[in-house]
Design a protein around this ligand. Structure first.
Ligand code: NAP
Length: 662
């Protein structure tokens, strides 16, 4: 994004010959400079943080702080649960955003008796910290402050399909100990590829007894539900002050002001929405979002985040089951007045807006939600089942896995299949997690299409074991975005751009080898447009090779025309497509890579080629990496260990980059 040029206006200077005024002006300028200096010292030199978390803990009699490094909201959610649980174990907890606190205060935690800092740390991308944990990560790397035996524990959130599994959790746990912290319970490592919820529940189950033992406190045994927010019906409702789906500033969708980001998304109009596949029962789509006038800038390889809306029929059905008037204006206000988080979502708003824009009603609910909802079941058997599923017992975990996760029951399915369960809608709204923005690799080049951002995605829809249709929130919502609606309005999408590390080489003459699977072709459409543009500028553009894997030639050979055209004009020097299902034996990209092993090795080893991989994180990324090990061994004559080190080095140098999603 381009920064607006800010040229501060100076004070009007009167003609200098007027001596008295000139002296006054001198004093005026002097005080202006002093004023600016004080402002600079207080706002620039001192980081703009909330009040000290240590002071806040002292003031509110807390002895446990749970920090979160969260990208998609799950770590934040876990953090809130731990802080809330604390009461049941003789501790008094509060949750805190790493970004909003001055973490160099951490050693001072020992000023509070029996104190403890817990960290819920998500790992993002290729072992990176989440955006809100970046400063804390930098601080941990740079500091040599002594942590004075500060008590700590870490729970990491990661995904085993990624190479750097739980890198942030592991680093935080190790580094805090090196700095002199005192680990009171072992690092927990949640795996989102398995069952993150179960990992967390199992870790908590051991963590709390360790806390009780360490501090000599006892679990209260009190299992009653504790509300965090109070339901308020605003009197004197002014509909202009009621949130209707904005993420931050009220009315931000009506009066749009750059810069646009997660709290202030841009409402882009949908300029194109077309189906990419010619046949088959899936819907692969290409969308173009118009960003003209938004000042949004992006590079090829960046990601676009979109805020979807939930399916209206699910929202209505929840309202119906709970006998709620969805258009009631409400506010959920935090009972803890000291908390930075005043509401669970922008308030005041209506139940309808909350369920449509702010809450996740599509994914299976987590165990803490089931536990809290249990009190509303009038049938004791249902109460039992819900509580059991939230427990750490093997039977409970098994039931949660099969009844909720495997059956993909969302909150509506839970309510439908347990007719005696009739929760208060405001409590349900308090418990459900926030609906998160969805990220897509941008399928266009900002150099060529500065006013447009493209998305390439497949609509997620399948039948669950209960016979329901599971529809992915964002892709189904995007699919139904018509370019011009019946009443002549243009459909819009709240979006912003997130920078990535997935970048074309600095020198255009370096060869690039791109490997894209299915909709993982997306960033390479941007790369190809950009290489073509560079060629047009007369630049020396190196070899540009694409390996694309899809199911059937006549169904999902996405962008076939464009790719063949790129090949015809020489932007693509080699187009290799693996159609996995067009013959009896599977043909995958790695089979084609191996066929070209000699040429590929020359490009990598001699010509400084950059390799890019985009697609499914589960098996493909690993299998493709293995293919490169084989090439290094077979053609380069390396041993397997040397080949592994060789590819690792390419990764560190930024010459082997992955944009993989699970
Ligand atoms: P798809 O149409 O199913 O195509 C994937 C192709 O890869 C199929 O031909 C598949 O073959 C093949 N394949 C399966 N396992 C493989 C392996 N181990 N090695 C090599 N090839 C393998 O893909 P899709 O439905 O679009 O999904 C692609 C993935 O990319 C998704 O996980 C998506 O989240 C991700 N992604 C999307 C974006 C985006 O912006 N939309 C960006 C990055 C990544 P068979 O199925 O016949 O075995």
């Amino acid at each position: 994004m381009e920064a607006e040029s800010v040229v501060p206006e100076g004070p009007d200077v009167a003609p200098v010959e007027q001596e008295p005024l000139f002296r006054n002006l001198d004093i005026f300028l002097f005080s202006l400079i002093i004023g600016q200096l004080i402002y600079w010292l207080t706002t620039v030199v001192t980081p703009q943080r909330e009040t000290s978390f240590i002071e806040k803990m002292k003031k509110t009699n807390r002895n446990m702080v749970v920090f979160y490094g969260s990208q998609t909201g799950t770590a934040e959610e876990f953090c809130g649960r731990l802080a809330k649980d604390a009461q049941r174990y003789g501790m008094s907890g509060m949750s805190a955003d790493l970004e909003e606190n001055d973490m160099s205060e951490l050693p001072r935690l020992v000023e509070i008796d029996n104190s403890l800092a817990v960290f819920c740390m998500a790992t993002y991308g290729e072992g990176d910290p989440t955006d809100n944990a970046q400063d804390f990560y930098d601080w941990m790397q740079e500091t040599d402050e002594e942590l004075n035996r500060v008590n700590f524990a870490v729970f990491g959130l990661g995904n085993k399909t990624y190479e750097h599994f739980n890198a942030m959790g592991k680093y935080t746990d190790k580094r805090l100990e090196e700095l002199g912290g005192r680990r009171i319970y072992d690092l927990g490592m949640g795996d989102d590829d398995g069952n993150l919820e179960e990992d967390f529940v199992s870790w908590k189950e051991q963590f709390w007894p360790a806390v009780c033992e360490h501090f000599g406190v006892e679990a209260t045994g009190d299992d009653t539900s504790i509300r965090q927010y109070e339901l308020v019906f605003p009197t004197d409702i002014n509909m202009n002050k009621v949130y209707t789906g904005e993420m931050g500033r009220l009315k931000s969708f009506e009066t749009q002001k750059p810069p646009f980001d997660a709290k202030n998304p841009y409402l882009a109009t949908v300029a194109v929405n077309r189906q990419l596949n010619q046949a088959g029962d899936r819907h692969l789509m290409h969308l173009e979002l118009d960003i003209s006038g938004s000042q949004i800038r992006y590079d090829s390889g960046d990601h676009v985040a979109v805020y979807p809306m939930n399916d209206v029929s699910i929202v209505n059905r929840i309202g119906q089951i709970l006998d709620a008037d969805l258009d009631t204006v409400i506010s959920l206000n935090n009972l803890d007045e000291e908390s930075n988080k005043k509401h669970p979502f922008p308030c005041p708003t209506t139940y309808r807006t909350a369920l449509t824009h702010y809450l996740d009603i599509t994914n299976p609910p987590r165990t803490n939600v089931l536990f809290e909802l249990a009190q509303y079941a009038t049938d004791p058997k249902d109460q039992d089942i819900l509580r059991k599923m939230a427990s750490a017992s093997p039977e409970g975990k098994g039931l949660y896995q099969s009844w909720v996760l495997d059956a993909q029951r969302n909150i509506l399915a839970v309510l439908e299949d347990m007719p005696s369960l009739h929760p208060a809608i405001d409590h349900l709204c308090e418990l459900l997690p926030r609906l998160q923005a969805r990220y897509y690799s941008i399928a266009s080049s900002g150099k060529v299409y500065s006013n447009m951002v493209s998305i390439c995605a497949v609509v997620v829809e399948f039948q669950t074991s209960t016979g329901r249709s599971f529809k992915g929130v964002a892709t189904n919502w995007l699919k139904n975005k018509v370019v011009v609606t019946d009443n002549g309005h243009k459909a819009t999408v709240p979006m912003y751009v997130r920078k990535s590390q997935f970048r074309l080489p600095f020198k255009a003459s370096n060869p690039v080898v791109m490997i894209g699977l299915g909709t993982g072709i997306a960033p390479f459409m941007g790369f190809l447009q950009e290489r073509g543009w560079m060629k047009e500028q007369g630049k020396d553009v190196g070899e540009t090779i694409l390996y694309f894997g899809c199911r059937h030639r006549n169904q999902d050979f996405m962008y076939q025309q464009e790719l063949e055209e790129f090949e015809k004009v020489g932007v693509l020097t080699q187009l290799n497509v693996a159609f996995s299902r067009d013959q009896e034996e599977k043909v995958y990209v790695q089979h084609l890579l191996k066929k070209n092993n000699e040429h590929l090795w020359k490009l990598i080893h001699t010509d400084n080629a950059h390799i890019y991989i985009c697609g499914d994180a589960r098996n493909m990324a690993r299998d493709v990496q293995n293919a490169f090990y084989d090439i290094a061994e077979e053609v380069g004559g390396l041993t397997h260990t040397q080949a592994v080190v060789y590819i690792k080095k390419l990764m560190t140098k930024g010459r082997y980059a992955q944009d993989v999603w699970s």
